[in-house]
Write a protein that binds this ligand. Structure first.
Ligand SMILES: Cc1cc2nc3c(=O)[nH]c(=O)nc-3n(C[C@H](O)[C@H](O)[C@H](O)COP(=O)(O)OP(=O)(O)OC[C@H]3O[C@@H](n4cnc5c(N)ncnc54)[C@H](O)[C@@H]3O)c2cc1C
Length: 513
């Protein structure tokens, strides 16, 4: 792991060592595991057992292929161990706190001084993570017929991967080695020490003051959670908006929510250097020609992800890669070595668990069955799990205009949706872009407390080539927040009433007397 991280996690370990982390490790890197004797030849050797590697291995073995899966650290990769699962556990606890904080608005009185108890929050997370880890366990994969090898995998020839002194021969191989937190080159950062996603979920005490470096999805989710747990939070972003790729209206809502919650938000700001002082980590900032400083106990880095391309001997097997973009693949997820494929964060610009999963399914078909499944055919939604959530699928307005596609945009504010009002969750909107003059959905952004659930309806419509007008015919249970989507569709349908049709309708109704 990274040299500068505050806590250096040994391969195959997960601090703190308690009953739950022992259960986790026993599942995903059992200390007494003995690697099997390699088969004479594998249909598929998969390096990396995060989502991409696990889905590839399980799917291929399920179809009868002889598969070897190689993992140097913990099966489940980032998502289970240091990503989606622990972060969503923390976010859930932070929402309970926010609901308690705002309870008076719902006519509910809670005792004064209610607050989150951080050690208990983290213990709950460790318990749930351990519970879920059975699904990604070495034992489960062995029972599926996959040969699991714990150790560092490295290509040693055109058809061999070595791991822990054993040689695995393959017909096809898959690189699924994922990505890690990018470490900004800031003077003093390494000396001061910092947290990344690999170490933050091992905290047992709440930092009193924390600086979140980068307002991307991970930074935003963690900044809000830590603030709700009681930390003083400063979030620094060099760009002029949060979540730089998101719709500016959506990012503005999160910006305002953060300010209201008492997060110190610094946009257009650079960290210039860091010094250790007896008061803590002093972080020097520059913004708009002026400088300032803030002193904190912890720095959490959320400034992008870099691919794990090192140590694999990719040059030796003719696999082209870029240190920042990762392994080069074509639309069939084939690398520049036609026998070697890649899936997941190692090669994709959309670094999500569901894209890693979808890519793995493409790889199984293309690598083993000469399929022609294309990455570009995927419709990929995503969600940032702040409160409210921001979810998106397809094109943004700026993408459409960059490609010269004229759009019509329909927006329904959540404050006009009955269920959002009764829930006290009125912040946000549903915004859908269609090709101008048609119901062909190009993309959508949803900001709502459960936007991640709502966006799936739009994804379904896009995959099924269902026009926006048809969504108006889908009866939505009343009252639900997803009705906002139907209401957007109604808006679209109203625009289909041309002046001529309106005149015709008026004439008909008049003629009825
Ligand atoms: C804090 C955080 C929150 C996130 N939240 C979400 C979310 O809510 N939703 C979502 O969709 N995505 C989320 N993500 C992203 C998601 O975790 C990743 O996109 C996903 O884990 C990628 O899977 P992967 O298999 O490509 O890589 P990884 O999960 O990184 O797995 C790669 C594996 O390869 C192993 N490896 C690397 N090199 C070698 C080698 N040489 N030999 C053997 N093994 C090796 C690594 O140890 C690792 O286990 C989050 C990420 C973070 C960091």
């Amino acid at each position: 792991m990274e040299a500068g991280s505050k806590m250096f996690h040994q391969m195959g370990q997960m601090p703190p060592e308690d009953e739950y982390n022992r259960e986790l490790v026993a599942n995903v890197h059992p200390p007494d595991w003995i690697n099997p004797e390699p088969a004479p030849r594998y249909n598929l050797v998969v390096i990396g057992a995060g989502t991409a590697g696990l889905v590839t291995a399980a799917g291929a073995a399920g179809l009868g292929a002889k598969v070897a899966l190689v993992e140097r650290h913990l099966l489940g990769g980032d998502c289970l161990n240091v990503g989606c699962i622990p972060s969503k556990c923390l976010i859930r606890s932070s929402r309970v706190y926010a609901d308690m904080r705002d309870a008076h608005e719902f006519g509910v009185r809670v005792p004064e001084g209610g607050r989150a108890h951080f050690p208990e929050v983290m213990r709950r997370m460790r318990r749930l993570r351990a519970h879920i880890s059975g699904h990604d366990s070495v034992q489960r994969f062995a029972s599926l017929g996959v040969d699991v090898f714990l150790g560092e995998g490295r290509f040693t020839g055109p058809e061999t991967v070595d791991v822990g002194g054993k040689r695995l021969r393959f017909s096809k191989a898959v690189i699924a080695t994922g990505a890690r937190a990018d470490e900004p080159m800031v003077p003093g950062l390494a000396e001061a020490g910092f947290l990344t996603n690999e170490t933050v979920f091992s905290l047992t005490e709440l930092p009193r003051r924390i600086l979140v470096f980068g307002a991307g999805p991970i930074g935003c989710e963690m900044a809000q959670a830590f603030r709700r747990f009681g930390s003083e939070v400063t979030i620094i972003e060099r760009a002029p908006q949060f979540l730089t790729r998101e719709d500016p209206d959506a990012a503005a809502i999160i910006h305002n929510a953060f300010r209201r919650e008492g997060i110190d938000v610094r946009l257009n700001t650079l960290v210039t250097r860091i010094e250790m002082t007896h008061e803590g980590k002093r972080v020097f900032l520059a913004a708009d020609g002026s400088s300032s400083e803030v002193t904190v106990d912890e720095i959490l880095i959320g400034a992008g992800r870099v691919p794990n391309v090192g140590g694999l001997n990719l040059e030796g097997v003719g696999v082209a890669y870029d240190q920042r973009k990762g392994v080069e693949v074509n639309d069939f997820l084939q690398t520049t070595n036609p026998r070697i494929y890649a899936a997941g964060d190692i090669c994709l610009s959309h670094k999500f668990t569901h894209t890693a999963d979808a890519a793995a399914r493409i790889v199984i078909q293309n690598a083993l069955f000469r399929g022609r499944k294309r990455l570009s055919a995927l419709t990929i939604p995503w969600c940032t799990y702040t409160d409210p959530e921001i979810a998106h699928v397809g094109m943004y307005e700026k993408d459409a205009s960059a490609r010269g596609i004229p759009v019509d945009t329909f927006v329904r504010e959540m404050k006009d949706v009955d269920r959002a009002i009764t829930d006290g969750e009125e912040e946000g909107f549903v915004k859908v872009h269609v090709r101008k003059g048609t119901g062909h959905i190009l993309g959508a952004t949803i900001v709502a407390r459960h936007a991640g659930e709502m966006i799936n309806e739009i994804s379904l419509a896009m995959v099924g080539k269902i026009g926006l007008g048809t969504l108006a015919n889908v009866i939505h249970s009343y009252p639900t927040q997803a009705e906002a989507i139907k209401q957007v569709a109604d808006m679209y349908n109203r625009t289909r009433l041309t002046t001529f049709v309106r005149m015709l309708l008026a004439w008909w109704l008049r003629s009825m007397g």
